[in-house]
Design a protein around this ligand. Structure first.
Ligand code: NAD
Length: 379
């Protein structure tokens, strides 16, 4: 791990802070001695017989394509996201990759024909290697939930798919950011972080951005205000163990109980519990009716991409590596997180009740138990 961290750090003779799992480590980096004129290297022009092969150099870098977004998995989620992204005008280049190359090609053709009504962008399909120049690669590839199936049921199938995709993306694009949407998103984002070799700041799961949006929408309907005026978060797993952080929920800075009292709106525990249950179970309800969810998650992914490409330092509930947070360490789950051009800038410590913090710890334990089934090397 330390060797990998060394490779990632900039080549300069200086102390660098590197995060290895949840541990910050200072490493003395030594820049390689420059070769003297006439010398091919430090070995008098002779190749060192035991020197390991250098890793293949990526042919493209995100700096050359600052608004290229690659999408791996052009199914319901990936293609809807591509459409939202095209309409947003945030990306000048959109690459679609899918195991079903014909599907990706068809989606790219269809999207390209929307360009005259949208914002100018290059849209094409290609192999994983072309993720090389992308500022952000969004992974939405894999099996989706079937009716009655939980997100955690999907783990085995999708982890195997990620073990193919992630190393290829990371080796083509070691300087980019990966956003994971495939479920179970927290477990797969953690797997991506561990097998990609990328720093945790550059591996993000869409997490509860969708659940938080559903929660705000339902609260907004109950209290009769614009959902954008409701500030409330769903934390933890994107799934059955997620936690509503009622302690931090407010409308225009007013706690929900105060807002309800001041506006003559009921604020009973039963109504609030129903709002949370509708939030938590929304995917099951939608999948039962239309077979998949796609629009809201796609909109959430566009929002994540906007925060990164525009370096907005936006607070979003996304999944990232959690360290020393209410006793939780070394799992990916969602808490309010500041996102900017470098990916995760920091996570915010919400003031939670003891019950909420305990719910979050239980969610983390469940995720950790699932991560353990992946049989990764100990970190
Ligand atoms: P889908 O079946 O419509 O699309 C999945 C696509 O992945 C298919 O086109 C398939 O060919 C492709 N694929 C499979 N293996 C691949 C590989 N090795 N390389 C490249 N492409 C590959 O499914 P969907 O409805 O788009 O859902 C995709 C994932 O997103 C699922 O895991 C689903 O549960 C998840 N999802 C997440 C959220 C969220 O909030 N994070 C919301 C909705 C769905």
């Amino acid at each position: 791990m330390v060797a990998a961290a060394r490779r990632r750090a900039h080549r300069a003779d200086r102390d660098v802070g590197v995060r290895i799992g949840c541990v910050a480590v200072a490493i003395r980096e030594h820049a390689p001695a420059p070769a003297r004129p006439g010398e091919a290297g430090q070995n008098g022009g002779m190749p060192a017989p035991t020197a390991p092969e250098p890793p293949p150099r990526p042919t493209e870098s995100p700096e050359a394509h600052p608004t290229r977004v690659a999408i791996v998995g052009a199914g319901a989620v990936g293609s809807t996201f591509a459409f939202g992204l095209l309409l947003s005008g945030l990306a000048s280049e959109i690459l679609l990759v899918d195991a079903n190359a014909r599907r990706a090609e068809g989606e790219a053709m269809d999207l390209l024909h929307a360009v005259p009504f949208a914002k100018t962008a290059r849209v094409w399909s290609g192999p994983l290697e072309e993720c090389g120049g992308a500022a952000i690669t969004v992974i939405a590839a894999g099996a989706a939930q079937k009716p009655g199936e939980t997100r955690l049921d999907l783990v085995r199938k999708n982890a195997a798919i990620f073990r193919q995709i992630v190393p290829a993306v990371a080796s083509a694009n070691p300087g980019g950011i990966i956003v994971v949407a495939t479920n179970p998103v927290d477990v797969l984002a953690y797997l991506t972080y561990r097998i990609s070799g990328l720093p945790s700041a550059r591996v993000i799961g869409s997490g509860t951005i969708l659940d938080t949006s559903r929660f705000r929408m339902l609260l907004a309907e109950h209290y009769g205000v614009d959902p954008r005026s409701v500030h409330a978060y769903i934390a933890g797993e994107h799934g059955d163990s997620e936690v509503p952080v009622w302690s931090a929920a407010n409308i225009a800075g007013m706690p929900l109980a105060d807002f309800g009292r001041a506006n003559g709106i009921g604020h009973d525990q039963g109504s609030l519990q129903r709002i949370f249950e509708s939030t938590r179970d929304a995917a099951y309800q939608i999948i039962e009716r239309k077979g998949a969810t796609s629009y809201a998650v796609a909109a959430g992914l566009v929002r994540i991409v906007e925060a990164i490409l525009r370096d907005q330092s936006t607070v979003l509930s996304v999944s990232s590596l959690i360290c020393d947070y209410y006793g939780i360490d070394n799992v990916y789950l969602s808490v309010p997180t500041v996102l900017g051009r470098g990916g995760v800038e920091r996570t915010l410590r919400l003031a939670m009740s003891a019950e909420e913090a305990s719910g979050l710890r239980q969610s983390a334990e469940l995720l950790r138990a699932t991560i353990d089934t992946l049989e990764l090397d100990p970190s």
